[in-house]
Design a protein around this ligand. Sequence first.
Ligand SMILES: Cc1ncc(COP(=O)(O)O)c(C=O)c1O
Length: 358
Amino acid sequence: MSSNFDHGGNVFGMARELGTTATGITDFSASINPLGLSPLVREAVIAALDSLVHYPDAGHQELKQALADFHGVPPGAIVVANGSTELIYRLPALFSGRRALIVSPAFSEYRRALDQHRREAHHFILSAKDDFVLDPRALEAALEKGYDALYLCNPGNPSGRLYPLPLVEQVYHLCHARGTFLVLDEAFMDFCEESSAKQLVAAGDNAVILRSMTKFSAIPGLRLGYAIANEAVAARLGTMGGPWNVNTLALAAGAAALRDTEHSRRTIEFIQEERGYLAKRLSRFPQLTVYPSEVNFLLLEITNGLTAGELKERLLPHRLLIRDCANFAGLTPHFFRIAVRTREENNLLLECLENILN
Ligand SMILES: Cc1ncc(COP(=O)(O)O)c(C=O)c1O
């Protein structure tokens, strides 16, 4: 039985369907660090086990301070959560008004959370034909219709496209001038930290940045994310939801992940190298269009008539899982997304694609 949520990374559901275990599947559908846990994170989680007899630190003090030091913002600008998805579900209660505009294609939970809060979600569609370029004049014209919030994911998921800081600053000012609350999802910004708008958002107002630690630190099963905002916005966001939202193991893992700068450096180098390799090899398939990416996944389009759903089905007997992107607003059923994994795993996928497409 599959879940009600239409995301990548459903390895447990897929393993049940295939009669195998999650470890028997090579998951290209969720974009998780292929180097896995940092050794410091593993040690910290094990060392924290004995503390499970206590309630977690409800104020998240140590991790907040570590994040504040890492990003160069005050600890009061940070809100820690049980994955950034928890914050996505708190956000609609934070801005007044009903209408939200989502720069799309984008993560489907924005819309789901807005629906739950009875907000109207509208899409500002970026075109694949233009490599998902974001034209600030077109966005400005759209914002003129009057929106209470704008959601922008940078780097984009599923596109992989990075919008440079000056462009994001422009978007921030367009929103600010209209009283539109800006939600900037930087879930994949660890790969290009210098492009983060964190300083602007922490010092400004009417905006929030969402960050996820589940992808880069490879702890989606533990859950950890946070927001950066000015202290007033952070205080409001921080008091929504219940206490002890983040468990002791996740708090310890987050602080250890920030300490392991060597693992982070290796991850960035590794992804850059493997993404280049994978994109180059994939672009040799005349039936595939590979979209430019700055992160640990690639968006592709099949141009020979096969749908991504059909391709996914054909890869499953090989126990390879890809993300069919048909359910993203703005994409056709021919788009799919793959994570950048290890060389051996990437070669396995390339070999299977060779057999299916050629
Ligand atoms: C763009 C984006 N934002 C947020 C999330 C949520 O991440 P998490 O709740 O694991 O921190 C995801 C997960 O796939 C994502 O792709």
